[in-house]
Design a protein around this ligand. Structure first.
Ligand code: ITT
Length: 189
């Protein structure tokens, strides 16, 4: 039987990526276990928010919990939307992308990176790992794979948008994959 890992997320895009990246584990979400999980992300850093989510889910489930807090940081916007990436426009992914493209209208420096901070919490130990991936913001959305800002983020590693990359391509170079790799090293998994 596979070991179970519970991921403190309500984001189905993230969950799909964790599942693909942890094929030897039984990866489950709070929803799949019938746990109502909706915590307020009051932190000002990816680490603080990931810790809030991992702790909250451990309290609710009693299971070692893994949380990701992540976002897109745009150089020309001093790192925005950053920790506010999910809440940038007040709408969904489409509205967030549209707002970012508007903010960057006519802006030459389009450099950006995604960051992911992953926290593991088992009631005693807090283990954190961070990953980044670099690219530029396109002037339009290209592709419909992935989630969030993927259609407007052209990956330096892939030479195309995450929205037009396969799951395997994105998961080979993504911020979340890199953070997870580092976490697995720390946990000895
Ligand atoms: P949970 O807190 O339930 O995990 P969330 O979507 O609210 O889900 P975050 O607070 O960590 O998660 O916000 C992450 C946001 O950053 C996400 O909603 C996207 O807008 C963006 N983002 C993070 N990783 C991304 C990725 O791989 N591709 C595209 N956008 C991403």
């Amino acid at each position: 039987m596979k070991d179970r890992i519970i991921i403190a997320t309500g984001n189905v895009g993230k969950l799909k990526e964790f599942r693909a990246m942890l094929p030897t584990y039984d990866v489950v979400s709070p929803k799949e276990l019938g746990i109502e999980f909706d915590v307020e992300e009051t932190g000002s850093t990816f680490y603080e928010n990931a810790l809030i989510k991992a702790r909250a889910l451990f309290e609710l489930s009693g299971l070692p919990s893994v949380a990701d807090d992540s976002g897109l940081c745009v150089d020309a916007l001093d790192g925005a939307p950053g920790v506010l990436s999910a809440r940038y426009s007040g709408g969904g992914d489409k509205e967030n992308n549209a707002k970012l493209l508007r903010e960057l209208d006519g802006v030459k420096d389009r450099c950006a990176h995604f960051s992911s901070c992953i926290v593991y919490y088992d009631g005693n130990n807090v283990i954190e790992a961070t990953g980044h991936t670099y690219g530029v913001i396109d002037t339009k959305a290209v592709g419909s794979n992935g989630f969030g800002y993927d259609p407007i983020f052209i990956s330096d590693d892939l030479g195309k948008s995450f929205g037009s990359a396969t799951d395997e391509e994105k998961n080979a170079v993504s911020h979340r994959a890199r953070a997870l790799e580092a976490l697995r090293g720390k946990l000895g998994l």
